[in-house]
Design a protein around this ligand. Sequence first.
Ligand code: SF4
Length: 425
Amino acid sequence: MTLATAQSIGCGDAPVLKERGQREVFCGLTGIVWLHRKMQDAFFLVVGSRTCAHLLQSAAGVMIFAEPRFGTAIMEEKDLAGLADANEELDREVARLLARRPDIRQLFLVGSCPSEVIKLDLSRAAERLSAKHAPAVQVVNFSGSGIETTFTQGEDACLAALAPTMPATDEEQLLIVGALPDVVEDQFNRLFAQMGLRNVRSFPARRAADMPAVGPNTRFLLAQPFLGDTAEALARRGATHLPAPFPFGAEGTALWLEAGARAMGADPATIEAAIAAPQARARAALARVAADLRGRSIFFFPDSQLEIPLARFLARECGMVPLEVGTPFLHRGVVGPDLDLLPAGPTLSEGQDVDLQLDRARKARADLTVCGLGLANPLEAQGLTTKWAIELVFSPIHGFEQAADLAELFARPLRRRGLIEAMHP
Ligand code: SF4
């Protein structure tokens, strides 16, 4: 099916239920968990409270096997008169850290929500520290505060802060934007190379020295749907966004790759030749898992902004029936192509009023409810089967080779529930 015919039956023009109330979602600091793995000579220094340190330790602690590349400078309560000391303290902490860790090339000062941190001007601190530690280390600041960001917005804030520091270029190039696991990035690079594309770069790069340049002949594909501010920051540098469905599943991956390759002048026959075999493999692997998903209903609470592309994948490639698709923000410029393909029917909701949404979820009683950690246990206790949204962000789910693994993440809780029910009829 082409995008044009899909539009007439999709959710592109469907009404959106907008909610503004209490929300249950992690803050943007969580993004550090995957960003620090991607950017191998970066360090993320959270300027925050003990709560922030605990969040990072509990969210990331179990996943760290190497020397960690993030830490928390804990700010105790200070009045305004104490701010000069706070700045000096921060400078001292940074100097100590950089002396101990000469491998660090990029230092991020990450803001948080305690009031004593809000009083500190971290962008001035970053400028001051950059001047002091250049050229060995670049210091950039962004906010991961729970007041300003939901959890995937931390990556958006980080990349949007980096975009103005990218070197300029007039070269024609394709930029893949978003922190993908290295193995997935390598798969996409190989496929683009088979299509004859020579100048494909990734942002963020694995190392600071490989930071890509950007300019008027840069076209970019977003690899993650939560990068709206980054897309705007790149557009301000003259780059052109290529709208496309996100690379989830056999169909989404093919359309995403095609959008990039066509924009760079690859001919349709070469594109088809490169994607035919991996797409067929992905379809065959998916068919095996989809048998457990076909006809089952699903309800998405808003968490990661991945919800609309994932609902599109589950509906079209796995035969699931989305009842509600919630997203923290609905950015049509970014997820428009996925919305057009998502079959009409589900309630689309943007933002959250958690009590009202819980009522709708209990009424809908979907076969599977995708939600945050805080809601999963109470909903399970009420007999609903849940899937933790955060796992979808921490797992490699993009591309042909991961399509069946992605479907499997949704099939597993349904199978587990089936087993429990068989044991306790
Ligand atoms: Fe909590 Fe705010 Fe720190 Fe996030 S940034 S852990 S919401 S105090």
